[in-house]
Design a protein around this ligand. Structure first.
Ligand code: HEC
Ligand code: HEC
Length: 291
């Protein structure tokens, strides 16, 4: 045992080490720090024993608790899916769309699910929130409907689509009045002038008057006597300010009558599950224009 030496300046004990006349003071670690350090070592050993810890050549030590993060994630997912599955089953088995709407719980779920289905499958053509896109993709958030805005109308459109190969798809097409020479260029000019007059925009009363007869003979069967449209033919209202093809100018109307453009929409039967089609139908109906 070396005799303890005390440094005269600080009054502290030294370790007895000395370099070039400089002596090292003995400053031990504080006890609280040391015991915390030992405790962490003990805790880490306990954790190694309880939980998966040490990498091995094939895998790792498993720990005696058998804990597994992936298994607990699977369990959480399973519970979430089971909760959803219950709603999905109730939605696909509900006797009608109206019955889903009448149940606040189901309605909530259907609207949220329908929005997700819509964003993924429909927004590319119809815009986010059904705001529509130029070039014949109608707004679904207003009360101007080509094929009807009741739940069952929308469901029919969604399930079977428009002008596609599905046997139950919506089919009516407007004749090529110009290119198939059903009407002369003058008659088309006159009927376009009459269509303008339906929204008080005609500048040639005589032409509009001649066009009125052309309209009654060729157009009213689909577009209605006053051009207000007929949902059974998907024929738009021609008397309002909403236009599917073009801007509603005389040029656009003449172009449509001469060689009509006809919108096409895919059928969703076979592409979306029954529950997803029902949810997206209810979502579209809820966008503001549902009848
Ligand atoms: C490839 C483009 C495209 C996609 C994708 C699409 N649609 Fe359409 N949709 C159209 C077109 C074009 C029309 C208008 C057809 C016409 O001129 O009659 C239409 C019309 C409709 C109508 C009738 C609107 C009315 O005024 O009567 C509804 C409802 C509708 N779509 C819902 C949907 C839903 C819901 C989805 C997604 C599941 C969807 N569409 C996906 C192109 C599309
Ligand atoms: C067989 C039914 C049918 C007949 C007959 C018919 N149309 Fe149409 N018309 C339609 C349909 C359906 C559309 C919608 C096209 C689409 O959905 O893409 C349409 C669209 C239009 C549009 C474009 C409307 C818009 O919002 O952009 C105009 C204009 C129009 N028709 C005028 C006429 C005129 C004028 C006649 C008579 C000379 C006529 N149509 C005869 C079915 C018809």
């Amino acid at each position: 045992m070396a005799v303890k030496e005390v440094d005269s300046i600080t009054g502290q004990e030294t370790t007895g080490h000395e370099w070039d006349g400089i002596k090292e003071l003995n400053r031990p670690l504080p006890m609280w720090w040391l015991y915390t350090f030992y405790a962490t070592i003990v805790i880490s050993v306990i954790l190694w024993v309880l939980y998966p810890a040490i990498p091995w050549i094939n895998g790792h030590t498993n720990g005696i608790l058998g804990y597994n993060q992936r298994a607990s994630l699977d369990k959480v997912m399973e519970e979430a899916n089971a909760a959803q599955a219950q709603y999905i089953t109730r939605i696909s088995q509900a006797p009608s769309l109206a019955a889903i709407q009448a149940d606040p719980d189901l309605l909530n779920f259907a609207q949220a699910g329908g929005r997700a289905v819509f964003n993924e499958n429909c927004a590319a053509c119809h815009g986010l929130g059904g705001s529509g896109r130029p070039g014949g993709f109608p707004t679904l958030a207003d009360d101007d409907w080509l094929w009807g805005g009741k739940l069952d109308d929308i469901a029919q459109t969604v399930h079977h689509g428009i002008r596609n190969a599905d046997p139950d798809s919506r089919q009516s097409v407007m004749p090529n009045f110009g290119t198939d020479q059903i009407l002369t260029a003058e008659q088309i000019g006159d009927v376009a002038e009459y269509v303008l007059s339906l929204s008080s925009r005609s500048t040639d009363a005589a032409a509009a008057d001649r066009g009125k007869t052309v309209f009654a003979d060729n157009c009213a069967s689909c577009h209605g006597d006053d051009g207000q449209g007929k949902a059974e033919f998907g024929a738009p209202n021609l008397a309002d300010a909403i236009w599917l093809h073009g801007d509603g100018s005389k040029l656009a109307i003449v172009a449509q009558v001469t060689k009509p453009r006809m919108g096409v929409m895919p059928a969703w039967d076979g592409r979306l599950s029954e529950a997803n089609q029902r949810m997206v139908t209810i979502y579209v109906h809820s966008l503001g224009g549902g009848q």
